[in-house]
Design a binder for this molecule. Sequence first.
Ligand SMILES: [Zn+2]
Length: 555
Amino acid sequence: MPRRFRAALALALLAVAAPPGTVPGVAAQVARTFTRQDTLRGTVGPERAWWDVTFYDVHVRVNPSDSSIAGWNGITYRVLEAGREMQIDLQPPLEVDSIVLEGRRLAYRRDGNAFFAQLPAPQRAGERHTVTVHYRGEPVAANRPPWDGGFIWRQDGRGNPWVATANQGLGASVWWPNKDHGSEEPDSQRIAITVPTPMVNVSNGRLRSSTVNEDGTTTWEWFVASPINNYGIAVNAGSYAHWQEVYDGEEGPLTLDYWPLAENEAAARRQWAQVPLMMRCFERWFGPYPFYRDGFKLVEAPHLGMEHQSAIAYGNGFANGYRGTDLSGTGHGLQWDFIIVHESAHEWFANNVTAAESGDLWIHESFANYSENLYTECLTGSKEAGAAYVIGTRTRITNDRPIIGAYGVNDQGPGDRYYKGGNVLHTLRQLVEDDERWRQALRGLNREFRHRTVSTAEVEAYLSRATGIDLTEFFQQYLRTTKVPVLELRREGARISYRWADVVPGFDMPVRVSVGGASPQWIQPKQGWQKLAAPATATLTVDPNFYVDVREIGP
Ligand SMILES: [Zn+2]
């Protein structure tokens, strides 16, 4: 999703001091107030662990006239181990009508956002079953989508109804029943949305059919042939125009489908011409677009944007930059459309490689943020321009909380997942000092973890392997503490001495410096003082591509 710029007040108010007894230099998970509902949502508890979803079959009737919905989801799952109770998430005020397992109504109890259904008999490992949840109600209406999400009931400029969903963080269970945890992706999914005729609904994957019903509605049946994260499933219903082009990509022809509001078609044809360039750049850096079978779509939405898989939601006003502004302050951000670039990058990092835990959402946002840097480089042909962009965004880093959030509680995490994350990856590129190797590492992540959910540990281990650098302390420092490494300089006697301060034990990252105006050289500071072969009066500048601070200390 795009980053929002007002302070996350609600989150800030929840934060309290770090608990005592933490490892020196490592700001442990900041203790925060989480509820039982957060745990039910964010943990794979016993009522979730025994079954694995293979297919979601979602059918929803959307009624703009009274802002209500009604439908069902057939959940096909594989039994991993014997289980008796099943947790299915669906948020109030939606109500379950019935939960049916192969023709039998199940007894269930509700605990807030979760329903617990009792199986009549134990199911054995390896079996496949389908449980169907029928439900209805007026779903939560989004206050400030996409950040404060839910259903969005609007009208377009011509007075036609325009309806969409955005529910990252809040969860897909705000409008359809599912196992609402990042670690769970079905192998495929149907999304059949019924709306009043002549509204057009655009969801994920490919359109299989549109059926005009006798009651004045039309059912739009979409099918996703790949694993998909729950929050990526979306309704976009309105008065849409449509065109398609075929892109000649790394894996052959890739359909690019465009769905702007009919009233904005001309603007969209102009602005969305950036898509093939984006695709070229990201296929080069990240590997083949991960969903050739499902195609790529850009869909106009009544909110800023969201990485809905194979149906990127767009609401950036058909202008370059982030709502017309440049987040980096360098001017480079005005050369391209932030939402096209950032949200599409999520097709690789978020939709292809998906964090299993919301505490690890940096895997989505840090790489998407970093993609803005790479895209600037692709577009301008200038590595310096890309670097200037990412360095320019450093003023937005707050270092208020570690990038990795709390585990097990659906923690949405800090804004530093964006700009700090992008700068950490940019720093890593310097350490690799070999752009082809770095590119292969990024492509390798997408190949190794294709269509999978992953943990930070897996990403760390892969990057250490692919770059040939032990990155244990590097990631420990940048992901798990709020401290920026400080290169301390002491001018004592005839020489400059240097060392790392504010770092985790064992942190010894090399860094490029220029001494006395000479060409850059590498030094490898450690946590004890070392002397540089340069007079104490020499100037020393650190390569600005490294996200570090410098501190001159007295003798
Ligand atoms: Zn994002």
